[in-house]
Write a protein that binds this ligand. Structure first.
Ligand SMILES: C[S@@+](CC[C@H](N)C(=O)[O-])C[C@H]1O[C@@H](n2cnc3c(N)ncnc32)[C@H](O)[C@@H]1O
Length: 454
């Protein structure tokens, strides 16, 4: 019998796991354990880039596991998993917001539901069902009947960890629920306006997302922390896989720079860089506090500063002395607004200025698409030679997070993910041209642009 699909996936998985083992040993990384490990593994940190070999092997292994599941799972089970997927999210929310994960962290060998009931005042029968669901999802494990302990991944949900920031934005379930209604809404169904999204329907409001956010300090703080966490997840790849030393002769303007976390990380890694975080007025206080708290205290004063600036106003920083950077900004806007933001930068940029667009480029694009300007060893062309899955399938199977993020942004802002050709259309409409494309160890890439004809 020819089991070619099964055989290919099995071989891909075996090859990827063998490569992972070798790459981890080469990088002197300790073995992985999802259970029985009370500490985070070095690969769980968000401060260092994942070594190239580990990154590639892990990606191929996870993609083949996802494909194997598609191949093996009964379709009814797949339907059932999707039907009840809302509880994947809600149980994690309960786990975090009711203090369960923080309490369990104090008992590495496990805690009984009875103890959790008496301390947290939550019914132990309900707790047991919730905790068993979390256990089936791999967050925790039931060590004995009614005794639960954390697994390694749940540490990302503890106080101060980035996974916690991600899950702590309220109201997302309501927005997702409004999606079907949005698609058939008489007025909104074909609208491109950020005022006509599932977000407005879910909250029964008319203001666009960013206008609404600024009036609610609690939501603003949580949303900014979530954006910061998503940014920090891709920061190590951004720092490692782009030649930042080419920007030393200019000041980098981080347009729509949020709380300034990328600017701070760049300055801490490359102390000779100078950066300005430009943001909406209401964000400046948050950015300044973040700079004060997290910029290396030995930095030269003024290494990173924050200033209020609207993306749609004329850019006051002009000429060759500036590099302009936009991370996770253009994806928030429909084409017309994205072009308008870039036009402001094209008008301000000198012939030598670079405009760095850090965004996800959806779909598969070969390295040869654009002339790469830097050392090829820096790039991560992820296709593992021993893999029998092609890069397109690996990409698809490892794109669940970026696709989900694109869907969420569509629902709150009416914006779209973009292929390389779609990015190039926007970039050229603004009078810019892509002069370099950098694939990173992250789900975003850097499109390096300059003014056309410069
Ligand atoms: C998704 S966040 C990205 C933040 C940051 N670049 C990062 O990567 O963490 C988009 C940012 O654009 C900012 N923004 C939205 N509209 C803006 C405007 N009209 N002028 C300046 N910034 C704006 C928001 O406040 C938000 O911080």
């Amino acid at each position: 019998m020819n089991h070619s699909e099964l055989d290919n996936l099995q071989t891909t998985l075996n090859n990827a796991l063998n490569k992972l083992r070798i790459a981890m040993d080469r990088s002197m990384l300790p073995p992985l354990s999802s259970q029985y490990g009370n500490e985070m593994h070095p690969l769980d940190g968000l401060d260092q880039p994942t070594p190239v070999g580990v990154y590639e092997a892990r990606r191929a292994a996870l993609a083949s596991v996802a494909e194997l599941k598609n191949l093996l799972q009964h379709p009814f089970e797949k339907a059932a998993e999707s039907t009840f997927a809302m509880y994947d999210f809600v149980t994690v929310q309960v786990f975090v917001e009711h203090g369960i994960v923080d309490r369990m962290a104090k008992e590495p060998s496990g805690i009984s539901v009875k103890t959790l009931q008496s301390e947290l005042n939550i019914d132990c029968h309900r707790l047991t069902t919730i905790l068993r669901h979390l256990s089936a999802c791999g967050w925790i494990r039931e060590t004995q009947d009614g005794i639960f302990a954390l697994n390694r991944p749940s540490r990302i949900l503890l106080q101060g960890q980035r996974g916690r920031a991600l899950i702590s934005v309220p109201g997302n379930m309501r927005i997702a629920e409004a999606l079907p209604q949005w698609l058939t809404h008489p007025e909104f169904r074909f609208s491109e306006s950020p005022e006509h999204t599932a977000f407005q329907l879910a909250n029964d409001i008319t203001k666009p997302f960013f206008e609404w956010v600024k009036d609610d300090r609690n939501y603003l703080g949580r949303f900014a922390a979530c954006v910061e966490a998503l940014g920090e997840y891709v920061t190590p790849g951004i720092l490692s896989d782009y030649p930042w030393q080419t920007c030393l002769n200019s000041t980098i303007i981080d347009c729509g720079g949020g709380k300034g976390s990328l600017a701070i990380a760049l300055a801490n890694k490359f102390p000779a860089l100078r950066l300005v975080v430009q943001e909406r007025g209401e964000m400046i206080e948050l950015a300044e506090a973040n700079i004060k708290a997290n910029l290396d205290p030995s930095s030269v004063p003024g290494t990173v500063v924050a200033e209020a600036h609207d993306l749609f106003s004329a850019q006051p920083r002009t000429g060759d002395n500036y590099t302009f950077m936009l991370r996770h900004v253009l994806h928030n806007w429909p084409e017309t607004q994205a072009v308008s933001i870039l036009e402001k930068l094209a008008a301000a940029a000198g012939p030598k200025s670079k405009i760095l667009i850090i965004e996800r480029v959806s779909g598969h694009y070969p390295n040869t698409h654009v002339q790469l300007e830097h050392d090829l060893t820096n790039t991560t062309d992820i296709t593992t030679s021993a893999s029998l899955m092609n890069e397109k399938d690996i990409l698809n199977s490892s794109s669940r997070i970026p696709y989900a993020l694109a869907l969420h942004l569509l629902c709150i802002l009416n914006c779209h993910e973009r292929t390389l050709d779609q990015w190039r259309t926007i970039i050229s409409r603004a009078g810019l041209v892509v002069t370099g494309l950098y694939k990173l160890r992250a789900y975003v890439s850097i499109m390096e642009c300059r003014v056309i004809g410069a």
